[in-house]
Design a protein. Sequence first.
Length: 277
Amino acid sequence: MRPGATARPSRRGGQALVEFLIIFPTLILLVLGAFQFALIYQAKQTLNYATFMAARQGALKNGRMTPIKDGLAAGMTPLFNIKPEILDTEGLLRARLIAAVEAFNPLNTRVEILNPTAAAYNAHKGDSEDGKSIPNDNLMYRSSAAKGGMSVQDANLLTVRVTYCTRLIVPIVNRVIYALYFGFSGEQVLAGEYYAETTAPASALGARCLDINDNIQALSALIASLPAPANSLATLLSSVPSIPTTIPGLNWNIGGYRIPIVATATVRMQSPMTQAP
């Protein structure tokens, strides 16, 4: 550099700022996405355990659906316990109540008994003393001939599948993941097209994880499909303008952006199956 000459200001600082502004949105999405997927993984692991608890409870209680859902709620309780302290009985009670709401809510959770099938139950119940249950005693001495598609030994294996709509709670990425998962239907929900009664498509009514924040049409449609007298509530519900998504006292939103996760568990029946799945 010649004596007396001044150095030109470097433009590298401005270039770095532009590059940072370009990469910053992507970096934010990656960080927030990592948090959200970690929460999804936690929910999936908890659901795996809760499904086993549900199947175990069903095996002890004749395969009845109410004990199965109660066992599911008990297994899902840690997922909603924000402050897992030993002496925090209030927090534990709140988590247990939220888990029960989630497990018994037909818009958020679906519980299916995959085994034994209805055909197997109808085929084997005639071999029991009361004629109303699948024989559960002396299985090793009973015939292994298939009836209703399976032997009595296989009919005593209870397989439960749970589909649970887990919440996406991390801002920004919850909308991105929701829209990517459900595709065009998810975009319609984000655009608010399902929130007006006149524009809600019939194919979307009761769609799991799609219209959980939608009008009460979804819940009304589910109740209308139930046998009498439960279906009589559908008319009353259809007059209600919208679903109250936040439960007072628990401060828990039963709506929000959600995607389904699935878990399956199989347990040997410890009591006779007394009704068709």
